[in-house]
Ligand binder design. Structure first.
Ligand code: ZN
Length: 380
């Protein structure tokens, strides 16, 4: 059955337009988009107060960590967070972990998430993702300075649809496995990038990471690259395919020079911001103004419930100031779809796409701003 849907505003072509009616068929495919003045007045239209947007794209999540909701204190800093997660991680049954993932997945769907770039360390919640109405793209993350064998990760990825292997970061993977993963995976890569100042300091043999590694007797064979951005640029500039999409996640300590160096070497880079996770762990804020100035593609991720009160993308957008609402909503929709390579089907209200339909309620429609009360709900 076809439905005709309208709201006060709709996100069309990157702008917030009034008087739009979107028609979808029973499969959620958009069959027509009209300005209301062009439509027969007798046609039945569902009106949903608020702002109509396409389904959202969560460009960074760890669904498997949902069971850690509320288990780790806020404000520990990155080192403290990593220690705390290690301490609590073993104390939950598989059943509890799977149920927590199911609850988080169902809520994300209701709140209007359509596609997720999800990081995984094992296969425990792959069944939850396979059953979900959300389209998950899974990246099995490889890390550990003493770990050089990538085969188990590629074996996991081969057992599931839309799955690849990715290096965890520029500071936790030795040179050979990092290069091997980048060369063998021509599709989606996701790197935790410049989340704390210690990542860049490591390349100068200083800071907390360098001290920790020295204490453990671990050596890094990649410091000759000189910086995290140079390492990414060099590793990813060779053998890149047309399909290669690279997600750089967090970027709280990134400079314009870092971003430009990566952009210069990687054709399709996206900059994933997780403001709630940054607030939770380190009280840092992502460099939105700088990324806008250099023209980088900004996308939004929730990170995990270990380091966020909520996986709501809208709640993450509320933490970003001084960006016009239409642009902000584009970060969570079309930009995310481009980042994951699904923009032919998802991410915008266009005839021929089936992007999902979502209404934002409780926004300030006079000034076009989100308010603390704003919520998002899926309607199709
Ligand atoms: Zn993460």
């Amino acid at each position: 059955m076809r439905r005709r849907i309208a709201s006060h505003y709709a996100l069309i072509g990157g702008k917030l337009e009034r008087d739009i009616i979107v028609e979808v068929d029973g499969n959620g495919l958009i069959t027509s988009i009209w300005h209301t003045t062009a439509l027969d007045a007798t046609a039945s239209v569902e009106f949903h107060p608020g702002i109509l947007i396409p389904g959202m794209v969560n460009a960074h999540c760890h669904l498997e960590l949902s069971y850690l909701k509320g288990a780790i204190e806020e404000g520990l800093g990155y080192g403290g967070f990593a220690r705390a997660i290690g301490a609590v991680r073993g104390g939950f049954t598989d059943d509890r972990r799977i149920r927590a993932a199911e609850v988080a997945d169902a809520l994300m769907w209701q709140e209007g998430v359509e596609v997720v770039a999800d990081i995984a360390n094992d296969e425990l919640v792959m069944g939850v993702k396979a059953k979900s109405k959300i389209e998950y793209h899974t990246m099995f993350e490889f890390f550990g300075l003493n770990n050089r064998d990538t085969e188990a990760h590629f074996a996991m990825a081969s057992r599931h649809t839309r799955s690849t292997v990715t290096p965890h970061s520029t500071y936790s993977v030795q040179d050979a496995p990092f290069l091997k993963i980048c060369q063998r995976n021509g599709g989606l890569l996701s790197l935790h990038f410049l989340e704390s100042e210690n990542e860049a300091a490591l390349f100068n043999h200083s800071g907390a990471l360098a001290e920790w590694y020295a204490r453990m007797g671990w050596e890094c064979d990649f410091l000759h690259y000189g910086s995290p951005a140079r390492r990414v640029a060099e590793a990813l500039s060779e053998g890149a395919t047309q399909d290669r999409r690279v997600l750089l996640v967090h970027n709280t300590m990134a400079t314009a020079e870092d971003v430009q160096r990566v952009e210069g070497a990687v054709a399709n880079a996206s900059w994933v911001l997780c403001p709630e996770s940054n607030r939770y762990i380190s009280r840092l804020t992502p460099p939105v103004a700088m990324l806008r100035i250099v023209g980088a593609r900004i996308t939004i991720g929730s990170d995990s419930l270990a380091s966020a009160r909520t996986l709501s993308l809208l709640d993450n957008l509320k933490l970003i100031d001084d960006v016009p609402l239409n642009e902000l909503l584009t970060y969570a929709t079309l930009n995310g779809a481009i980042a994951l390579g699904v923009e032919d089907r998802k991410g915008s209200l266009e005839v021929g796409k089936a992007p999902g339909l979502v209404v934002i309620e409780g926004a300030d429609l006079h000034n076009l701003r989100l308010t603390p009360e704003s919520t998002s709900h899926r309607i199709a």
